[in-house]
Design a protein. Structure first.
Lengths: 381, 381
């Protein structure tokens, strides 16, 4: 279990943030405690830090199936998305059109809105009832002046997987650059950039058992990009600021673990997740699945409780820690915009609970969570 | 000593990066190992993370003498400067003029150059022979449409202290916002924002015995600012992205230590630094000091060796780890732009070595470093 103590609820909110794996902490600790040099320094302290960053870059590249020099480290997924979207736009010249989807995270939606305020046209292709973008909708939206297509690989609330390889092929035919926010996907499903066909791909450490505060952007060789944050020439001029050596080491180690365990962990979590769904179906008549039944992250289960608010169900189930949607929107009593964009009614959207499993989730957790949710539902429905 | 092992050189490059203090590591470790929640999550895991961020915010505010809600956490000093400079410009309306200095770090100079490419006029006031900006030069440069005056509090290569309180008073009279990059100053000299009179002040964790990859911007209440990186609504809408909880905790702890030890450590380091200077004067005829003799950071000693390159002296002194200038410009054989801007000749600038002391520097370190530098100089001169 993920609990810190027995008094803690069962953690089913891995899509909000993951714990840092002990082997990831162990890998980074020497770079917090001893090897504190600035990677730009010419002396041995700097050299050690520089070597550590190079090793981590190779580890991230190995998971994505790219070259180390195609990895730019950032402070997280949000910054990676900003660099991708606004970085492409800055050098796009006469191409002033961007395609995105209606189901993006604010870390993509807000940079797109910024471009809209600064002379770009932005088209947002819809998602279907199961939360997916149709490649055909992107095809219809593409124009000769489309600079960028930015669509997430896996939706953070429903886990719905987008047809990125198809989108990429279509977009490239029209000369557009293709970016995928893969923050929720990396480590859960295969994310080799050549299989996906993307030019740019964002990673967030804390969705991947590395710490919060580090991420990376894959930048395919030849992709033109301008920095968003400006300063000294770190990261090939694309991301200034002294490198966060310990967390970069952590991200590298987390990517190595993800590569090693991807097949076994995704199968294991998928089985547990499907067991949780079967238990909820048996205990809660009318419970419905939000998102695609199969084209979905293996760890994610977004369900709507009929005739009850998801927030009320969770409040009545203190035995588990989950959320009604993205952690970035917690606190509101408004329905998820992502679920509404899928065409779900407000009542169904307000009934939603996101249950996201992870490496430390056990069969006992799932059984206990199903019981707690069923009991809570009976209390509040 | 700061060495990791006896084989390591004596570390005299604290201005490039500091080690993380053991008590800082200890404070943050629980937030790497156990309390991994997303501060935006509504459940107990989120609550614990949220409380930790709030405590750290209060610790940073206490060092700066401001309110906790005036602190915005960032990924480092570079991002803090970008947020300050471009954030003010974004909402400056008809004010299209910026004043900065010729001695700024690229983390300030590059955002200013960006503004220049986007319709702003930027004036760069010179520094004098001792590395300082004259308040009078700023007074003459101010215009009715000056949006921002951004001048560093302490110069990273020479340690020269800028007359920020005077500048701030002058600039405020004309309605300009005042920003100071205090990355090199915080923890070394008093930096209470009301004494300085600034509206915005940047901090970098790794110059302050916290890790690389975290920083903060002080934003005086009432100062209008737009975010630079765009996404969800974290940090009162000014800095999106899931908070780097462990490093924010570390920065808070480092600020608490800095506040506790400021007087004793700055006096101790000043004595050691002055001892190092006396020893160099005795051993190297003609050695010269770069920067102001007294209006200078207590830990910084920038000297020029006559008739020798600083890089050659350092290469011949493997017993110490220091630099010829900013770590962000290492590797080049070009003279420091900062020293040239002070009016030093190219030969003097190329002869420069920056020796920066820190909390772990001892009297033995200083004696050994002076001997090593004197011997190296005799070898290469």
């Amino acid at each position: 279990m993920t609990r810190v103590s027995d008094a803690d609820p069962i953690y089913l909110d891995y899509n909000a943030s993951t714990p840092v794996l002990p082997e990831v902490v162990d890998a980074m600790l020497p770079y917090l405690r001893e090897h504190f040099g600035n990677p730009s320094s010419g002396h041995p302290y700097g050299l050690r830090a520089r070597e550590a960053v190079a090793r981590a870059r190779a580890q991230v590249a190995a998971l994505l199936g790219c070259q180390p020099d195609e990895i730019v480290f950032t402070s997280g997924g949000t910054e990676a998305n900003n660099l991708a979207i606004r970085g492409v736009a800055e050098v796009a010249g006469a191409r002033r059109h961007v395609i995105t989807s209606t189901a993006e995270h604010p870390a993509t939606a807000q940079p797109c809105a910024y471009l809209e305020r600064h002379g770009f046209e932005v088209d947002r292709v819809p998602v279907d009832r199961e939360g997916r973008v149709a490649a055909d909708a992107v095809r219809r939206g593409l124009r000769d002046d489309t600079a960028l297509v930015t669509v997430m690989l896996a939706q953070n609330e429903t886990g719905a997987l987008m047809p990125i390889p198809d989108l990429a092929e279509i977009a490239h035919r029209r000369g557009a650059v293709v970016h995928a926010d893969a923050a929720q996907a990396v480590g859960k499903i295969p994310t080799r950039v050549d299989d996906l066909g993307v030019d740019l791909l964002s990673i967030a450490g804390h969705k991947l058992y590395a710490p919060k505060g580090v991420g990376a952007l894959y930048v395919r060789r030849g992709t033109r990009l301008a920095p968003v944050v400006l300063g000294a020439g770190h990261e090939r001029g694309l991301r200034p600021g002294t490198e966060n050596v310990p967390f970069i080491v952590a991200l590298g180690q987390a990517c190595e673990v993800a590569r090693r365990d991807l097949a076994t962990e995704s199968a294991r979590q998928r089985d547990l997740r499907d067991d949780l769904w079967r238990r909820l179906c048996a205990a809660v008549p009318g419970v419905s699945l939000n998102g695609h039944p199969t084209a979905r992250l293996p760890n994610t289960l977004n369900v709507s409780f009929p005739g009850a608010r998801g927030s009320a169900v969770l409040a009545a189930a203190p035995e588990i820690a989950a959320s009604t949607g993205s952690a970035c929107h917690e606190g509101g009593e408004t329905a998820s915009a992502v679920l509404l964009a899928m065409g779900l009614g407000p009542e169904v959207a307000l009934g939603a609970v996101r249950l996201s499993l992870g490496r430390l989730t056990t069969a006992d957790d799932v059984a206990a969570a199903a019981d707690a949710l069923a009991r809570a539902y009976r209390e509040v429905a």
